[in-house]
Design a protein around this ligand. Structure first.
Ligand code: NAD
Length: 431
């Protein structure tokens, strides 16, 4: 098989993130949490209007020549939701059911996420309506390059900085960086993050989201007065986020008693040997174990539960059975609004996704800083700076929650909206 004809599946990993897909209007679904936080903050009605609208939405045609010689036209979107705090930041996804509404919702979500951890980025998102599993590598590259040239007016280190998302990865980021650089007539590494380390990527990026989960879980345990040495952890999902969280949590003194992936779950009430489990998955890819049924993991008695696989796994149907003291949302949107209410009344402390999994975007910010400075940090520096940002953000959200007597989720939205609104107030309205 020539490289040109090898399936795109060989360079990208299919993802299962279906956040917002089940809803009729993904943007309104996203903004319902914004609305309640804005109300609690007493947000000025004019600013409320500003923050409820995306700044820029661009839809482009992406015509390419398929391998058999015929022309096919795909559709791509890029939305910059808000750039008051800095350049747009957010991933690009390739999926057959990408819609402008979904991209807008995710761009808004990135705005609040960057603001919670207080990094100088606004929110953006992009996507191309295509099915990478039906494309060759060559076709995928042509789509990427044509889409990049279509949204070129938005892109730039000072205006909009994409990253990998569903079905895109560092190879796709390298193509985007190269296309942009060809137009700029010089190499511009800082136009995307999530690049290979050899071409301006950052050490620590791969582990950053799992590390952020470990750090925020530690902070939650400290706040609740639970010693780390007595903390039992159950982790759903053993991919990038879950396996790194398991590794770091066990290295930092917690006892990881259960892990699962889509093939099954492992359980040992005295703690699993995580290096052993990691060795196994390195060789065999999946856990392929069934010490307990995977679904039972969520109901285990433990101090910290980390859903790090899919969205909507903790619902009003199973929330009563949750016996964890802390839920650290490694995945995006694992808890439904109905479950939130039940968990809050049962006293479960939730570290919301917008905070718990913001380690990834924080190290993306570090990558952008290093590219712009042309000076690269060692891994220890990246990790220390990540810890400073995650711990500070956790404390600020916890402070907001205590001050307004609200959940950590509501507090994280309030903090984020307040930060974006403050910049709008200071900058005023142009013209
Ligand atoms: P991944 O594809 O590397 O891993 C997903 C894991 O979930 C796999 O181990 C898979 O087997 C498992 N899984 C799938 N279905 C399951 C089921 N029914 N029960 C138990 N396990 C199941 O993905 P990832 O990068 O680790 O991302 C996980 C989640 O975290 C997603 O919601 C993603 O959007 C979110 N997230 C990831 C990052 C990041 O930097 N990777 C950043 C922010 C948020």
């Amino acid at each position: 098989m020539t490289p040109e004809l090898s399936p795109a599946k060989s360079v990208i990993r299919m993802d299962r993130d279906t956040r917002f897909r089940a809803t009729d209007n993904p943007f309104e679904e996203m903004m319902s949490r914004f609305d309640s936080a804005a109300q609690l903050l007493g947000l000025d009605p004019g600013l409320y209007q500003v923050l409820r609208h995306a700044e820029k939405k661009l839809t482009v045609s992406v015509p390419i020549i398929r391998d058999d010689g015929h022309i096919e036209v795909f559709t791509g979107h890029r939305v910059i939701y808000n750039s008051a705090r800095g350049p747009g930041k957010g991933g690009i996804r390739f999926r057959p059911d990408v819609t402008l509404d979904e991209v807008t919702a995710l761009a808004a979500w990135m705005t609040w996420k960057c603001a919670v951890v207080n990094i100088p980025f606004g929110g953006a998102k992009g996507g191309v309506v295509c099915n990478p599993s039906e494309l060759s590598v060559g076709e995928l590259e042509r789509i990427t390059r044509r889409y990049t040239s279509g949204i070129m007016t938005l892109l730039g280190p000072d205006s909009d900085v994409p990253a990998p998302d569903v079905n895109t990865n560092e190879t796709v980021m390298a193509w985007i960086m190269d296309t942009y650089s060809m137009h700029a007539r010089h190499t511009v590494t800082s136009v995307v993050t999530g690049k290979p380390v050899v071409m301006g990527g950052s050490y620590g990026r791969r582990e950053a989201t799992g590390r952020g989960c470990m750090l925020t879980s530690q902070a939650a345990l400290a706040l609740l007065g639970i010693p780390v040495s007595t903390a039992r952890v159950a982790i759903q999902g053993f991919g990038n986020v879950g396996s790194v969280a398991a590794d770091l949590m066990s290295k930092n003194g917690m006892s990881v008693i259960a892990v699962s992936d889509h093939t099954g779950a492992l359980y040992n009430d005295r703690g699993l040997d995580i290096p052993d489990v990691l060795d196994w998955t390195k060789k065999n890819k999946y856990l392929e174990a069934e010490a307990i049924p995977g679904a039972d993991l969520l109901g285990l008695e433990c101090e910290v539960l980390v859903p790090a696989a899919l969205e909507n796994v903790i619902t009003s149907k199973n929330a009563e059975s949750i016996r964890a003291k802390v839920i650290c949302e490694g995945a995006n949107g694992p808890t439904t609004a109905g479950a939130d209410t039940i968990l809050a009344s049962n006293g479960v402390f939730i570290i919301p996704d917008i905070l718990a999994n913001a380690g990834g975007v924080t190290v993306s910010y570090f990558e952008w800083v290093q590219d712009r400075g042309g000076y690269f940090w060692d891994e220890a520096t990246v990790n220390n700076r990540l810890a400073l940002i995650m711990n500070r953000a956790f404390d600020e959200v916890a402070h907001m929650a205590a001050k307004h007597q609200v959940t950590m989720r509501t507090a994280s939205y309030m903090l984020a909206i307040d930060r974006v609104a403050e910049i709008h107030r200071l900058r005023g309205l142009y013209a």
